[in-house]
Design a protein around this ligand. Structure first.
Ligand SMILES: Nc1nc2c(c(=O)[nH]1)N[C@H]1C(S)=C(S)[C@@H](COP(=O)(O)OP(=O)(O)OC[C@H]3O[C@@H](n4cnc5c(=O)[nH]c(N)nc54)[C@H](O)[C@@H]3O)O[C@H]1N2
Ligand SMILES: Nc1nc2c(c(=O)[nH]1)N[C@H]1C(S)=C(S)[C@@H](COP(=O)(O)OP(=O)(O)OC[C@H]3O[C@@H](n4cnc5c(=O)[nH]c(N)nc54)[C@H](O)[C@@H]3O)O[C@H]1N2
Ligand code: SF4
Ligand SMILES: [Mo]
Length: 672
C-alpha cells in the first residue's frame, strides 16, 4: 500500500482559499484536512471540505463523455469516446462558423474552480475561435465598481487587521457560512473587547456572534451609510486632519448630500429606528479603529454599485485608514501578481467580438439575433441553477437547433440539457495556481491523484478542441505546468517579494504589502474620492432598488452546507442542509393565513417555486429567506429559487440583481 500526505488548495469560490493536506492511498484521496502551515487558514476547514474525498470519489462523478439520446433535459445519454466527442463538437462548430459566424457560439463559465489556469484557459481558446465573449458579472462586479469609484486601485486591507479593531461591522455577510476564517480573527478581537455588529436584512446565522444586529430594508444600506455620516458630521465625530490630508470632496458631500439625510428620513427609508441609527453612528464615530467587512449581498440590487460606493466613504470620515485595525475590507484583488493575460490571450481575438452578459443567458438563448446563439459551451458553472430567470434559460436550452456542450464533474441541471457532456477532473486531479479574494496567500498545487475515469481538465479539453479546430498556435500545445509557469515567469513586480522556490514547491506563501499601503490611495487624485469627477453622479446619494410590485423581498442566501450549487452531490451534506425552506415572519404568515411547515408556492411573473414554510422571528416582516441553492432534483417541484430572480442588471458594471426581487406566497394546495 502506497500512502502519502500531499499538499493542495481548496479550489472553490470562497474567499478563504484554504490550504489542504490530502492523504493519498494507491492513487485515491482517502482523507482531507486543513494545512496547519497555511498562514491564514491555519489548518481548519469548513464542514463542506472536511470530506472532500467524498466529492472527488463520489459514485455520481461523470467518468465518460456522453451523447444525448433522449429529449433535451430528459437525462438520457449514452457513452461515447473522447475522439467521437471532440470530433462531434468540432464538426458542429465548423458548420456554425460557416453558416452563421463564430459569434453564434457562446462560452459560459464562472467559478467551479478558482485555479487561475483552469478557470481562465477557455478564454484563450474562445478568443482564437472568435466566439461571443461572456461578461462574467454574476457575483460582485458592482461591488468592485463601487469600491473603485472611491478608492481606485488602492490595495485591499489585510484581513489580519481585524484582530486590532475595537468595532467590527459585518455588513451584508453571513460569514459563518462564507468566510469562517475571518471569523476566527473576529473572535480574537472580541476576546480583547471588540464589539461586533451585523447589518443584514435578516438575522442570518452569523447574528449569533454579533453584539448588535441592525436589520435594514433590502437595498437601503446606502441610505443607512448616509444617515451615519450625517450624524458623524453633526456630532463632530470626524477626523479633520485625516480628511484634509487624504480625502477629496468632503465639503461637497457634507453640504450637498449629507444635509439631506437626517435621522428621521433615513429611519423611514431603511426601517432602522432613529435610536438604533444614533447608537450605530455613535459606536462608529467613537471607535478607536472601526473595521467593516463588506459582503456582496447588498451589491446585487439595482442600486448595488452606489450602495457599495456610499458605504466605502464611511471609514474616510473617521480616518479609520490611518489606524491599525481600522478600514474596510471589500474583496482582495491580487490579479496583478500574475501574468494572467498569457492565459486569456485577448490578442488571439480576430476582432473585438460581441459581449453577452452571463446574467442574461435566458435572453441570449431565446431572443438574441445577428447571429443567434447556436451553440453554448458550459464549463465550471451550472447556469440552470445559479443564473437568474431559470424558466427562460430552460426554454432556451430546449431549443432543438441549439447545440449545447457541458464540461462537468456531475450530472447538473445544466448538464441534463446538453447534447454532449464531457467529464471534468476535480482539483485533486489537475495542477493549478491559486490566489484568493479573502487574503494575500498564493499557492501552487500539483495533481495529487490521477483523473477519475476518463475525466479531463479544462486545459486538456481546450487543447483537444484547438487541435480538432485546426488551431496551430504553439500556445495550445503546452502542458498545464508550462502554462502555470508563464503566470510567474517573468515574475511580476509583486512576485519579487515572494520566495518563488517555496511557491514552486507547493507551499503557501504570502504576497507582501508596502508598509504604508493603507494610506497610499491609488486614485487619480491620490486621495479617497468621496467626490469623483469621473462619475455621472460625482457624489454618492441614495436611490431606490428595483423592487417589484409584490409583498415580499426574497433573500436567497448561502447555506453552510453547499457553495452556490456545488456540494449537492453529497448525501451527507444534503442531510445537514435543511430542505428548501422559505423562512417568514409570524406576522406575515398570519396576514396570509399560512401555517408553519405548510407547502407553499413563492411566485412572481417569472415563475413559481415550491418551498416548505418555516415561521420565525429572525426574518422581519416583508422579507422571506431561503438558504442554499439546490439542484432541481432536490427541490420540491423541479424548480429552484432562480426561477424567481430577474435578468435586470445593476446600476454600474452590469452585475446580477439576485437579491432585488419580490414575490408573493400562496399555499401549494388550496384548503390545506
Ligand atoms: N457556505 C458557503 N460559502 C460560500 C458560498 C455559499 O454559497 N455557501 N458562496 C461563495 C460565493 S460565490 C460568494 S460571492 C461569497 C459571498 O459571501 P459574502 O459576500 O460574504 O455574502 P454572503 O455571506 O453570501 O451573504 C450575503 C448576505 O447579504 C445579505 N443581504 C442581502 N441583501 C442585503 C441588503 O440589502 N443589505 C444588507 N445589509 N444585507 C443584505 C443576505 O441576507 C446575506 O446574509 O461566499 C462564498 N462562500
Ligand atoms: N439566487 C441566487 N443565485 C446565486 C447566488 C445567490 O446568492 N442567490 N450566488 C451567485 C454567486 S455569488 C455566484 S459566484 C454564482 C456561482 O455560480 P457557479 O460558478 O456556476 O457555481 P457552482 O454552482 O458552484 O457551479 C460550478 C460547477 O463547476 C463544476 N466544476 C468544478 N470544478 C470544475 C473544473 O475544474 N472543470 C469543470 N469543467 N467543471 C468544474 C462543479 O461541478 C459545479 O457544478 O451563483 C450565483 N447564483
Ligand atoms: S470552501 Fe472556503 S472555507 Fe471551505 S475549505 Fe474551501 S476555502 Fe476553506
Ligand atoms: Mo460569488
Amino acid at each position: 500500500m502506497n500512502s502519502e500526505w500531499k499538499r493542495s488548495v481548496c479550489p472553490y469560490d470562497c474567499p478563504d482559499t484554504c490550504g489542504l493536506l490530502v492523504k493519498v492511498v494507491d492513487g485515491h484521496a482517502v482523507k482531507v484536512t486543513g494545512d496547519p502551515e497555511h498562514p491564514y487558514t491555519r489548518g481548519t476547514l469548513c464542514p463542506k471540505m472536511v470530506h472532500y474525498e467524498r466529492t472527488v470519489h463520489s459514485p455520481q462523478r461523470l467518468t465518460q463523455p456522453l451523447l444525448r439520446v433522449g429529449e433535451k433535459g430528459s437525462g438520457q445519454f449514452k457513452p461515447i469516446t473522447w475522439d467521437e466527442a471532440i470530433q462531434g463538437i468540432a464538426d458542429r462548430w465548423k458548420g456554425i462558423v460557416s453558416d452563421y459566424d463564430a459569434e453564434a457560439i457562446l462560452p459560459y463559465s464562472y467559478a467551479g474552480t478558482l485555479g487561475i489556469v483552469q478557470r481562465n484557459c477557455g478564454e484563450g481558446f474562445f478568443h482564437r475561435l472568435g466566439a461571443s465573449r461572456l461578461a462574467r458579472t454574476i457575483c460582485s462586479s458592482a461591488k468592485s465598481y463601487g469600491w473603485a469609484s472611491v478608492m481606485g486601485g488602492t490595495l485591499a486591507l489585510h484581513p489580519d487587521e481585524v484582530k486590532h479593531s475595537d468595532l467590527i461591522i459585518l455588513w451584508g455577510t453571513n460569514a459563518l457560512a462564507t468566510n469562517i476564517h475571518l471569523l476566527n480573527y473576529v473572535q480574537e478581537a472580541k476576546r480583547q473587547g471588540a464589539t461586533v455588529w451585523l447589518v443584514d436584512t435578516y438575522e442570518n446565522p452569523t447574528a449569533q456572534m454579533a453584539d448588535k444586529v441592525v436589520l435594514v430594508r433590502p437595498g437601503s444600506d446606502g441610505a443607512l451609510a448616509l444617515g451615519i455620516m450625517h450624524i458623524l458630521v453633526r456630532e463632530g465625530w470626524i477626523d479633520l486632519s485625516f480628511i484634509n490630508r487624504h480625502v477629496q470632496g468632503f465639503e461637497q458631500l457634507r453640504t450637498e448630500i449629507l444635509a439631506d439625510y437626517p435621522p428621521d428620513k433615513v429611519s423611514q427609508i431603511t426601517g432602522v429606528s432613529i435610536s438604533l441609527l444614533e447608537e450605530m453612528a455613535a459606536g462608529y464615530g467613537k471607535a478607536r479603529a472601526p473595521f467593516i467587512s463588506l459582503g456582496s449581498g447588498l451589491c446585487r440590487y439595482g442600486n448595488g454599485a452606489m450602495t457599495v460606493r456610499t458605504i466605502t466613504c464611511l471609514p474616510a470620515l473617521v480616518g479609520a485608514w490611518g489606524k491599525p485595525g481600522g478600514g474596510l475590507l471589500s474583496s482582495i484583488s491580487t490579479g496583478k501578481a500574475f501574468n494572467t493575460a498569457r492565459v486569456t490571450r485577448e490578442d488571439f481575438m480576430p476582432k473585438p467580438t460581441r459581449i453577452v452578459n452571463m446574467n442574461q443567458l435566458g435572453y441570449a438563448l431565446t431572443e438574441l439575433a445577428q447571429p443567434p446563439i447556436m451553440s453554448l459551451y458550459v464549463y465550471h458553472s451550472n447556469p440552470v441553477v445559479v443564473a437568474p430567470d431559470q424558466n427562460m434559460i430552460i426554454r432556451g436550452l430546449m431549443r432543438d437547433d441549439l447545440f449545447t456542450v457541458v464540461h462537468e464533474r456531475f450530472m447538473t441541471d445544466t448538464a441534463r440539457y446538453a447534447d454532449i457532456i464531457l467529464p471534468a477532473t476535480s482539483s485533486l486531479e489537475h495542477p493549478d495556481m491559486y490566489r484568493s479574494y479573502g487574503h494575500y496567500g498564493i499557492q501552487r498545487a500539483a495533481a495529487v491523484i490521477p483523473p477519475v475515469g476518463e475525466a479531463k481538465s479544462n486545459w486538456e479539453v481546450f487543447q483537444l478542441l484547438a487541435q480538432a479546430m485546426g488551431f496551430e498556435e504553439s500556445f495550445f500545445s503546452q502542458k498545464t505546468d508550462d502554462v502555470i509557469n508563464q503566470l510567474i515567469d517573468p515574475p511580476t513586480a509583486w512576485l519579487e517579494s515572494v520566495d518563488l522556490a517555496q511557491l514552486q514547491a507547493g507551499h503557501p506563501v504570502e504576497l507582501s504589502l508596502p508598509e504604508n499601503y493603507k494610506t497610499t490611495f491609488l486614485t487619480p487624485s491620490g486621495k479617497i474620492e468621496l467626490y469623483n469627477p469621473h462619475e455621472a453622479e460625482p457624489l454618492p446619494r441614495y436611490f431606490e432598488p428595483y423592487g417589484d410590485d409584490a409583498p415580499f423581498y426574497l433573500m436567497s442566501a448561502p447555506s453552510l452546507y453547499s457553495l452556490n450549487s456545488s456540494f449537492n452531490e453529497r448525501p451527507d451534506l444534503l442531510r445537514k442542509k435543511e430542505p428548501a425552506y422559505l423562512q417568514m415572519n409570524f406576522k406575515d404568515a398570519e396576514t396570509k393565513n399560512l401555517q408553519d411547515g405548510q407547502k407553499v408556492i413563492a411566485f412572481n411573473e417569472r415563475g413559481e417555486v415550491h418551498f416548505i414554510l418555516k415561521l420565525t422571528t429572525t426574518v422581519p416582516p416583508g422579507v422571506v429567506v431561503t438558504e442554499g441553492l439546490f439542484w432541481n432534483e432536490n427541490a420540491l417541484e423541479n424548480r429552484v429559487v432562480n426561477a424567481l430572480t430577474s435578468q435586470r442588471l445593476t446600476d454600474r458594471a452590469a452585475g446580477s440583481t439576485l437579491y432585488d426581487v419580490k414575490i408573493d406566497v400562496r399555499p401549494a394546495i388550496i384548503g390545506n
